[in-house]
Design a protein around this ligand. Structure first.
Ligand code: NDP
Ligand code: 2IT
Length: 444
């Protein structure tokens, strides 16, 4: 394999798909050596097959606003690879959604899901629908229209979507209701469901908890813990919320959260009722964090800025892709940051990642560090299949063990001269399982 040559070919086929190409390059660079040591992969065309989705469904979603006006959004489902299990991955509703973003997310999901140790393939979907400022009735009508197209393609053993940015419990409920009506069955077709209708305890917290569990494992390799550490978190959504509560529980002080409008710095720590308030902020549908500074006197608002300028020991980017660039990385390093664990998908730019690796700080890439969300979705699928539900302690214990196993896999494949490159480790471990399954199953 020649990474540059492959990337030129891909760029020609998919011009302008910046995020997708970025995600592919990172994986190819990590696996190049191991790929070339296994000539059977080359002759089976594994790379050429794995970088292209199996199929993409694109559809339009017309829906009527409260004002009687007709709106039209685009809907997508990218079914990337199902060699080790049904396609699995979230749905994102955000105005920035396009095919490049969903393809990058679907591609990452293949390796992430492989790392979870559970049988799940990779997929992703979503829409450019903007939930901001929409009424519940508008969100419902949109979700119903979206599912009217999507339902034909999915199934509990075929493709199981879940939440992502802009898709939480409310949206999953509306989507599930429409699926149930169309398919005339109650089945584990989505994860992140409500507890009364097939959802799993701990799924809402799982991504953030898992991210902190992963960071805890990384810190332990250096004899460190969360106790007494200062933590910067970005975002104020589902993942940021889970990460803030677990980091606080482990004795750290979370000092920032952020939104598209800027960030909050709270030197007294974002804990207790302040963490609960994050849920209120998200539910308000306003997409701003500034109100935190009115509610809590200790919260200072920095307009248009990112939290990485604060002096912290640990950074947990939990908002969105490419939200931490080289300059931010330099600032974090200058301020003595020892650990970056990605709650979001691909939040650090390639230049930022390069710098973290060069300086040998603990860096957990999203596909390993945020895999706790989809892993717990996998546990929700198991419970649905068995038609029973596990206690919170049982789910949490399984999640914790999965994060330890992912950490171990990264160490196994990413260690050189005593230093662990978690990017390389995660990519190789995730890739090998899928590639070997593809080898076993022939060219299809
Ligand atoms: P939420 O919608 O709950 O929150 C997303 C957060 O990121 C919000 O604060 C949102 O604010 C902010 N955000 C989104 N886009 C931008 C942008 N362009 N610039 C700045 N801020 C932005 O989503 P989640 O918490 O579920 O997702 C956060 C990240 O974690 C995403 O990268 C997602 O892919 C990833 N992830 C999620 C998992 C899950 O189970 N939910 C699992 C694994 C990863 P706003 O909406 O105002 O833009
Ligand atoms: O990026 C992700 O892993 C998710 N949004 C969760 C996917 C899932 O199927 O739970």
């Amino acid at each position: 394999m020649n990474v540059d040559k492959l990337m030129i070919q891909l760029e020609q086929k998919h011009p302008g798909e910046v995020e997708y190409l970025q995600a592919v390059r990172e994986v190819l660079e990590s696996i190049e050596e191991i790929y070339n040591q296994n000539p059977q992969f080359e002759s089976a065309g594994i790379i050429e097959r794995i970088v292209e989705p199996d199929r993409i469904l694109t559809f339009k979603v017309p829906w009527v606003g409260d004002d009687g006006k007709v709106n039209v959004n685009l809907g997508y489902r990218v079914q990337f690879n199902n060699a080790i299990g049904p396609y699995k991955g979230g749905l994102r509703f955000h105005p920035s959604v396009n095919l490049s973003i969903l393809k990058f997310l679907g591609f990452e999901q293949i390796f992430k899901n492989s790392l979870t140790t559970l049988p799940m393939g990779g997929g992703k979907g979503g829409s450019d629908f903007d939930p901001k400022g929409k009424s519940d009735a508008e969100v419902m009508r949109f979700c119903q229209g979206f599912m009217m197209e999507l339902w034909k393609l999915i199934g509990p053993e075929t493709d199981v979507p879940a939440g992502d940015i802009g898709v939480g419990g409310r949206e999953i409920g509306f989507l599930y209701g429409m699926y149930r009506k169309l398919a005339r069955e109650n089945t584990g077709i989505l994860t992140g469901k409500g507890l009364n209708w097939g959802g799993s305890l701990v799924r809402p917290e799982a991504t953030g908890f898992g991210n902190v569990y992963f960071a805890k494992e990384m810190l332990a390799t250096k004899g460190e813990t969360f106790e007494g550490k200062t933590v910067a978190i970005s975002g104020f959504g589902n993942v940021a919320w889970g990460a803030a509560s677990k980091a606080t529980e482990l004795g750290a002080k979370v000092v920032t959260i952020s939104g598209p409008d800027g960030y909050i710095y709270d030197p007294e720590g974002i804990s207790g009722e302040k963490i609960d308030y994050m849920l209120e902020l998200r539910a308000s549908n306003n997409d701003i964090v500034k109100p935190y500074s009115y509610k809590f006197e200790s919260g200072q608002f920095y307009e248009g800025k990112r939290p990485w300028e604060q002096k912290v020991d640990i950074a947990l980017p939990c908002a969105t892709q490419n939200e931490l660039n080289k300059e931010d990385a330099e600032t974090l390093l200058k301020n003595g940051c020892i650990c970056v664990s990605e709650g979001a998908n691909m939040p650090s730019t390639p230049e930022a990642v390069e710098l973290f690796l060069e300086k040998k700080i603990l860096f957990g890439p999203g596909k390993a560090a945020n895999a706790g969300g989809v892993a717990t979705s996998g546990l929700e699928m198991s419970q649905n299949s068995m038609k029973l539900s596990w206690a919170a302690e049982e789910v949490d214990a399984k999640l914790h063990q999965i994060m330890r196993d992912i950490h171990e896999a990264c160490v196994k494949y990413g260690t050189t001269d005593g230093n662990v490159d978690y990017v390389k480790g995660a990519n190789i471990a995730g890739f090998l399982k899928v590639a070997n399954a593809m080898m076993d199953q022939g060219v299809i």
